[in-house]
Design a protein around this ligand. Sequence first.
Ligand code: UD1
Ligand code: PEP
Length: 452
Amino acid sequence: MAVTLIERLAPSPPQARPLMEKFVIEGGAQLSGTVVPAGNKNGALPILAASVLTTDEVVVRNVPRIRDVEAMLSILQGIGVRVERRNGHEVALQADALHEPAQVDAKQAEAIRASFLLAGPLLARNGEARMPPPGGDVIGRRRLDPHLDAFRAMGAEVETERDVVLRAPRGLRAGDVFMDEPSVMATENALLAAVRIPGATVIGNAACEPHVQDLARMLVKMGATIHGIGSNVLTVHGSADLHGCTHDIAPDHIEIGSFMALAGVTGGELRIKGCVSDDLRMIRLVFSRLGLHSELDGDDVFIPGGQTLVVQRDVGEFTAKVQDGPWPAFPADLTSIAIALATQSAGQVLIHEWMFENRMIFTDKLVNMGANITLCDPHRAIVYGPSRLRAERLESPDIRAGMAMLIAALCAEGRSEIGNIRQIDRGYERIDERLRELGARIERVATEPVPV
Ligand SMILES: CC(=O)N[C@H]1[C@@H](OP(=O)(O)OP(=O)(O)OC[C@H]2O[C@@H](n3ccc(=O)[nH]c3=O)[C@H](O)[C@@H]2O)O[C@H](CO)[C@@H](O)[C@@H]1O
Ligand SMILES: C=C(OP(=O)(O)O)C(=O)O
């Protein structure tokens, strides 16, 4: 039964899939039409982890069909959660026979950063958790300290060997948590633990990205009281008696931003259906600085076709600057995409990604394609546009760099190849099929024989 679920969940089943695939892209086609965004990858992962908090059934809808979700569901099954795919994007989960102790498989944990999101729910429910090191994008050092500080503030003992071992034999207690930085997953882990503790836990300097808000709204449906959703101070009144719920995952603002950039660089007219316009304010603002005009039409975002992209200089004719930051600042996960967009915009822009040390290294690949980019240091790139890009053979180092390369390949002259597309499949659902529906010339090609 477990195998059947995973087979149905993956874009195509891993057992039957070639080990390695690449995209072959013929650039130059305009991407036009209508696209519906998938559910938020970084919302789906903590929301699925929240199923561990109750013995009741939890139904999650609008679950994106991506590799990271597939990996999270395998991990959940491995610790005894029953998982049933109801239709394409709906998953029912029930943790009424959770293993005790629940041992998260080390190999599976390595597959995704978000495996560590089970630390909070397992600690809260079982009074202990042994968490193998998580994986995820290799985009720089990724600290676990704020997660562990939060658990300590709720009374847990923490040991860090190779695994992180968390213990609260007499149960967790309501605490005063103050994040040393507004870490997204640490805030989610703190929430996931605090909602099972009676009394008031305050989480200060919390992250408030749309996916953190979405998780909090789901936890409220399960019976917790949470004040301050959307702010950087969350007050949680938990309960040991959380119940099941049905929750729809909000659309992925990072995927929406990626589609906006794709339309912009190819000159297509694109309608992105069913967005949350509040989640797009900063993205639309920054993209308009890069010359890309977008309009809101109800819940849809509309990108007019045939735009001539021109970077807006700051008042006084100073060079424009794009800098990411914790929400509501421009999302770090869109900086690579902003770089690809800027290569097609007339003018000069400094893009500053200060969170991760390795995220900008991929820009040399865009330079090989003809982009004019000066990487000043690991965090700062100056992009001069527009550049006529030419086709290249590329390897995707991480999910967002992979999407940036795809954007570049779709507007380059000639036939590009992008390898290691497992990275792109981690977070973008059936991206090749959906891009083809918009007019892209893109094929998924096996590069190694299909295993038996
Ligand atoms: C599964 C998931 O949800 N992954 C997202 C999550 O990862 P994740 O939760 O792992 O990322 P964090 O929010 O912890 O922050 C990322 C890095 O930036 C540093 N940092 C962060 C905030 C800050 O104010 N100061 C600071 O230095 C941290 O040390 C960390 O190394 O949030 C990141 C930042 O939005 C996104 O890129 C990831 O896609
Ligand atoms: C960095 C990302 O993912 P993760 O945190 O899961 O590695 C991302 O979604 O861009």
